[in-house]
Ligand binder design. Structure first.
Ligand SMILES: [Zn+2]
Ligand SMILES: [Zn+2]
Length: 410
């Protein structure tokens, strides 16, 4: 069994503010182990579904602390389960483990050792925070219920949450509520941000192929130019958000790539467009898909070409449940005080596959500030200069412990 050191955390069923301060201080005292762990994971980043080293590290730690460990769920996912007492209450806490295909620009001692790969979204930190909480919950906290710690692969577009759910995540490890935390650059270190209702956008993708008839650039009347049709479609797409979507709703239609032709005197036979499409409401999401398909068909017809839309549904809208968000918010208020809590932050047009877990189980996705102003933590995620702020590990872990404590005392 892992060492049960002199720091005793909470064993009471309800936590006062002074308990919370004590809890955070206690975790701060021994957080060095988890800062080292975070940096170790940072040095060894792994892409979606390739998190073999990271998931083995997570599973081995959980097992050493007495968790029942389920490896290989959704490929490289891990669930650690700890049941205490007789209560039927079941809590799920989720962290993500994957890195990104970005060349790290940081000169820190713990910089990535893998060329072209880095933890540029802080999933190394999310994993370390939840592991620090896992150790405290196993060794220092008395609770009554079942705790499921979910370490998922492939958040960055790979749909690791969906893969774990397809493998029976919630059938084998039922949860009454699930929570997840992501760091947020630009927000003060250790500051918590909550939002109930839609909080992050759906993210869909479309490839539009416009088929014309190629020909000589000097004789356009003998061809059907897909490039001109594509240009018109790009402009027409700008009207979907401005003219079809309710102005009080949020939507994004971005044409991120346009490919056609190779020579100045050749009319190509094919033009392709790549789109990213986002919404914060499922009805708006459906409207965007329908309008884009209708508009492309009508535009193609008007230019005498044909077009096909290859629509690929990505992550769904992330909707935080009201009651669970209230609960999570109160835990933060008691832990760090109202000055360090944003009760209802703005929605984000980024997307997040925890949304699929929230479609099935009520819960909440919250943010913890990674640093603001000129601090290093203010560098945005997915930037080569980004690094997770280790000052958050004690606070984030204390938050998870406090949330679990309170959840099981209800
Ligand atoms: Zn990311
Ligand atoms: Zn992320």
């Amino acid at each position: 069994m892992a060492q049960r050191n002199s720091v005793r955390l909470l064993s009471r069923s309800t936590c006062s503010r002074s308990d919370m301060t004590y809890l955070r201080d206690a975790l701060s005292e021994r957080v060095g182990e988890f800062i080292q762990l975070r940096r170790d994971i940072h040095q060894h980043p792994e892409l979606a579904f390739e998190e073999h080293r990271t998931s083995a590290l997570v599973a081995d730690k959980l097992q050493a602390w007495g968790y029942a460990v389920h490896r290989g769920l959704g490929g490289t996912g891990v669930v650690g389960t700890l049941t205490r007492g007789t209560s039927q209450r079941r809590l799920g806490l989720r962290a993500d483990m994957d890195a990104l295909p970005i060349q790290e620009a940081n000169g820190v001692a713990w910089a990535s050792t893998k060329p072209g790969l880095m933890h540029a979204c802080g999933h190394d930190g999310h994993t370390a925070m939840l592991l620090a909480a896992a150790k405290a919950l196993a060794n220092d906290v008395t609770f009554d219920g079942t705790l499921n710690l979910i370490f998922q692969p492939a958040e960055e577009g790979g749909g690791g949450a969906v893969r774990m759910m397809a493998d029976g995540l919630f059938e084998q490890h039922p949860c009454d509520a699930v929570f997840a935390m992501h760091n947020m650059p630009g927000v003060r270190t250790g500051h918590f941000v909550f939002r109930d209702g839609p909080a992050m956008a759906s993210s869909d993708y479309a490839t539009i192929r416009i088929h014309g008839t190629g020909g000589h650039g000097a004789m356009p009347h003998r061809a059907a130019d897909p490039l001109v049709a594509a240009s018109s479609i790009v402009m027409a797409l700008q009207t979907v958000v401005s003219r079809n979507v309710d102005p009080l709703q949020t939507a994004v239609v971005t044409v991120g790539a346009m490919h056609a032709g190779q020579a100045n005197n050749v009319i190509p036979a094919l033009a392709t467009l790549e789109l990213s499409v986002r919404a914060l409401d499922p009805d708006v999401r459906r409207l965007l898909e329908q309008r884009i398909k209708d508009l492309v068909a009508a535009q193609a017809q008007s230019f005498g070409v044909t077009a096909e839309v290859d629509w690929r549904a990505g992550y769904c809208v992330l909707v935080n449940a009201v009651a669970e968000t209230d609960f999570a918010r109160q835990v933060a208020l008691d832990l760090v005080g109202p000055d360090r809590v944003t009760l209802h932050g703005p929605a984000l047009t980024g997307s997040e596959d925890f949304a699929f877990m929230l479609e099935k189980i009520p819960g909440s996705y919250l943010l913890i500030g990674n640093g603001d102003g000129d601090s290093a933590g203010a560098c945005m995620v997915h930037n080569p200069g980004y690094d997770f702020n280790d000052d958050n590990i004690a606070t984030g872990a204390a938050y998870w412990v406090a949330l679990a404590e309170r959840f099981f005392s209800q």
